[in-house]
Design a protein around this ligand. Structure first.
Ligand SMILES: O=C(O)[C@H](O)[C@@H](O)[C@H](O)[C@H](O)COP(=O)(O)O
Length: 291
């Protein structure tokens, strides 16, 4: 089939390649002319034969909104837009309504796999009406990993991004658990080769996983992670997971703690620990450390 793909960065560029390898035609647009096959969204839309499918793979928020707005002006009734970026799931319903008013279908899709997706395939979680999903199915089949699993029609519009958001919340907590275990192992004298402990865990253990394999890769590049600063950013999905947990009164202590650990990583000194030190000093005369 023919696909229009908007956004040819780290994710979109490799996805174009994987879809082409499966024998489909992909016309890509990116603001960077070095990456793009066409020079504007209008040219992209004009180059596709109707009914069209256009996959949007740009940063969540303003960039996605602007792209969907413009596509809403350019596309025709019967066309379908897929948002494959990391959009907040609550945006999906709005996009489906805006496009639906013009007769244009909408499917949201969470995509996992990062820079490894070109070779390993991308795990896909999508939401939308069955008829719209069916239009995109050949592209989903091209992108997904080989094997029985790795893609799911998760439910209605928004369900794909909601599932991906929860996936990322789990990702946060799993990474945090490996990181905490690693720090404790590094701390004690009795364990003399932490990297080999991690490596050994890759087979036979209850906690073997791809994230563990990646941790071993990282330790092979920098055994004690001496070259890195302990600073972790976040793109939003961890926060949205915690917000959804609050909205639904679902306790998520591990995911919430792992999000907060990232916030703590961005502080040079902890204001709250200053207060704790001050209070211990006030009530118990406990020693404090000065700057
Ligand atoms: O499944 C994936 O391929 C990843 O989760 C991917 O989506 C991305 O690396 C995260 O969005 C990073 O998220 P943070 O910046 O919030 O850690």
């Amino acid at each position: 089939m023919e696909l229009g793909l908007v956004g040819l960065g780290k994710m979109g560029g490799n996805m174009r390649e994987r879809i082409r390898r499966a024998g489909h035609t992909v016309i890509g647009y990116d603001r960077n002319p070095d990456l793009a096959d066409v020079s504007s969204l209008k040219e992209l839309v004009d180059s596709l034969q109707g009914p069209r499918v256009v996959w949007v793979m740009v940063p969540a928020g303003a960039a996605t909104q602007a792209t969907i707005d413009e596509l809403g002006e350019l596309l025709s009734p019967g066309d379908v837009v897929v948002d494959g970026g990391n959009s907040r799931w609550t945006d999906d319903e709005k996009h489906a309504e805006e496009l639906g008013a013009k007769g244009i279908g909408f499917v949201d899709c969470g995509v996992s796999g990062g820079v490894w997706g070109l070779e390993n395939g991308y795990a896909l979680m999508y939401g939308g009406d069955a008829a719209n999903v069916a239009r995109v199915q050949p592209v989903f089949d091209a992108l997904k990993p080989e094997g029985d699993f790795g893609s799911v029609h998760a439910g209605k519009v928004g369900a794909g991004h909601f599932a991906k958001m929860v996936h990322n919340g789990i990702e946060y907590a799993m990474m945090q658990a490996y990181a905490e275990g690693w720090e404790l192992l590094e701390k004690v004298d009795s364990v003399t080769d932490v990297r080999e402990v991690f490596r050994s865990w890759q087979e036979g253990t209850v906690i073997r996983s791809w994230l563990l394999d990646l941790a071993v890769n990282a330790l092979d590049q920098d055994e004690h992670l001496d070259k890195l600063r302990g600073y972790a950013a976040d793109s939003g999905e961890g926060r949205w997971t915690v917000e959804a947990a609050i909205d639904n009164a679902v306790p998520l202590p591990a995911i919430t703690a792992s999000l907060f650990a990232r916030f703590a990583s961005r502080q040079d000194d902890s204001p709250q620990m200053k207060m704790i030190a001050a209070l211990r000093n006030q009530f118990g005369g406990h020693a404090v450390e000065s700057k």
